[in-house]
Write a protein of this length. Sequence first.
Length: 322
Amino acid sequence: MSGRTHRVAVYAFDGIASFELGVAAEVFALARPELDVAWWYDFALCAERPGLQRAVGGFGLDVAHGLDVLARADTVIVPGTPDPKADPPPAVLEALRTAHARGARLVSICSGAFVLAAAGLLDGREATTHWLYADLLAERYPAVRVDPRVLYVDGGDVLTSAGTAAGIDLCLHLVRRDHGAGVANRIARRMVVTPHRTGDQAQFVEAPVPPRAQDDPVSAVMAWALERLGERIEVADLARTAHLSPRTLTRRFAEAIGTSPARWLLEQRIAASVALLEGRDTPVEEVGALVGLPSPAAFRRHFARTMGVPPSVYRRTFTTGS
């Protein structure tokens, strides 16, 4: 890696959630010399008043930096605030506005969205937070378009996530934006987590821990489909393989993973195409056909809707170096 870095500052405060801080540190604070990337992240904790900050769980954090570090960062992460009804300190809000005006990327995890909203940085934007706090966020900040259903919202320069594990999804999404899916997937494997859950996947599902494949037809048919992504598989094929009606399969998918079988299948095709695009061997116009989307126009449309850029732009971005 070169000497270039991207500065990530996490705002720390009394009552900070140790899990959310740990997620940010795991993704952005660890040196990863094994990755073949042009640059990596420089991580710092900052607080309104440097010194001891009490974390949830009865231990403290010795925070060395003040808000000047936050204001100079390239990415600012705001973990969940312990009291969403309280007004954040004016100095913190001003530092966040300064960072954003300078071009920093602002990120919230869970109820950290209340801090960004208080700074006016979510006005007129779509945003999310933990579903428990969604109504309160909409009530306190009516200029924010709150979506309580999704895992995270990528607004380009301002990103928000739901609670707890959704913070992992958003942090990995940031790495994916910066360095491509291959690097993000390697970090996910180190963390032993799912490499890619799209932001609009549902926050709350009835069965968050899927049954074993041999016990559940949905898990079994997912495994079956993943081995055949290059084929023209339809929902009817999934239902027939699972020995369920399409309607029952759709209901079971929604209960198990919070999305429809058609949407899940499309997401797997797009995820598979990313690896092909990050390589140089397959022409862009042929990638879709290899993942079961033979129409180049349909592949471009679905890819751009999911990843935010056309496949040709994605390839140029992640094969010319970050």
